[in-house]
Design a protein. Structure first.
Length: 316
């Protein structure tokens, strides 16, 4: 049976890649997208989510609009990383439909409680929606099957401050609520995602297929690669979010440790920094599984093969 998944997302170039990977993966039944502020505004993110689904002929999947600002911190978007629209140089046609009426927080609660023990959440943006859902309806903590979170930097440097990763830095208070909720979490931090580099030659391989999917990925990732080159001297681009999605059905791509993980919300230089109690110096039991090693090239190959297969079904 395929795994039932809701993606909570701030689309976002690598979010778009994760959504396409979900649609291309028979192991997964994608049952909805909930959108949150982050890489772009929530309204732009909703438009992007709908447009990506239309691109992949998946207009049956509901999209719910979520929170437009963090719980406590001021809003922080990332146009330098993902472009003004969130999708780099890609220009998708305006979507033919709108989001559902229900707020993302209520949609998450309803869908999780409707199928106790069945729904997996893949959270690939700031955790505002999920944190509010936990506060509004704590029964989802026991009802959710699993939560995969792309976020944090455990032994790795930050990508937004010298210490902090983007999703945790943008809404650290929400991350704090989710990390300490008791939900069964797998954390997918920069320690593993920064090994997963999509190269220009990988994109060129996809472009051998005449389909709007490789065209979109090429336009979106060209911007993302320019960012990585200019800001981080990385050739290619890091595709963080698709790795979190892939681990729902191919967990063997990573090695994990069960750890107590926390993050700093004290407002100083370490704001949003995640850290793990590797040596059990506190009495806290582990609160999540953390991916710490990855077979990066095997993951990129999986991503490419799935994009090729999806592209074959959607010709230009
Ligand atoms: C995370 O932040 C965003 O820029 C990406 O979409 C990803 O979810 C990586 O730090
Ligand atoms: Ca994201």
């Amino acid at each position: 049976m395929s795994r039932r998944i809701l993606i909570d997302t701030d689309p976002g170039i690598d979010d778009a890649a994760a959504i396409l990977l979900a649609l291309a993966s028979p192991e997964i039944s994608l049952e909805g997208l909930t959108v949150v502020h982050g890489n772009c505004s929530v309204d732009q993110g909703v438009t992007n989510a709908l447009a990506i689904l239309t691109l992949a002929h998946a207009d049956h999947i509901p999209v719910a609009r979520g929170c437009d600002v963090p719980l406590v911190q001021p809003s922080l978007l990332a146009p330098e990383t993902h472009g003004n629209t969130g999708l780099g140089y890609a220009q998708l046609p305006p979507p033919p439909r709108g989001p559902i009426q229900q707020h993302a927080v209520d949609f998450l609660i309803e869908r999780i409680l409707a199928a106790p023990g069945e729904m997996t959440i893949v959270a690939i943006g700031p955790l505002t929606n999920l944190a509010l859902a936990i506060r509004k309806e704590p029964r989802i903590i026991k009802a959710v099957k699993e939560v995969f979170i792309m976020g944090g930097a455990i032994r790795h440097e930050g990508n937004t401050t010298p210490l902090a990763e983007f999703n945790t830095y943008v809404d650290p208070h929400a991350a704090h609520i989710v990390y300490h909720s008791g939900m069964p979490i797998t954390l997918v931090p920069l320690d593993v995602t920064y090994q997963c580099i999509l190269l220009a030659s990988d994109v060129a391989r996809l472009q051998r297929i005449d389909s709007p999917i490789p065209d979109f990925l090429a336009d979106a990732t060209r911007f993302y690669m320019e960012f990585h080159d200019e800001y981080q001297r990385i050739e290619g681009c890091i595709i963080n979010d698709p790795l979190a999605l892939a681990l729902t059905f191919m967990p063997e791509l990573c090695e994990y440790e069960s750890l107590f993980v926390d993050l700093d919300i004290s407002g100083g230089v370490a704001m949003g920094k995640t850290f793990a109690d590797f040596y059990r110096m506190t009495d806290h039991p582990p609160n999540m599984k953390v991916a710490l090693k990855v077979q990066a090239r095997a993951f990129i190959e999986l991503f490419l093969q799935r994009m090729e297969a999806l592209s074959q079904t959607i010709p230009n």
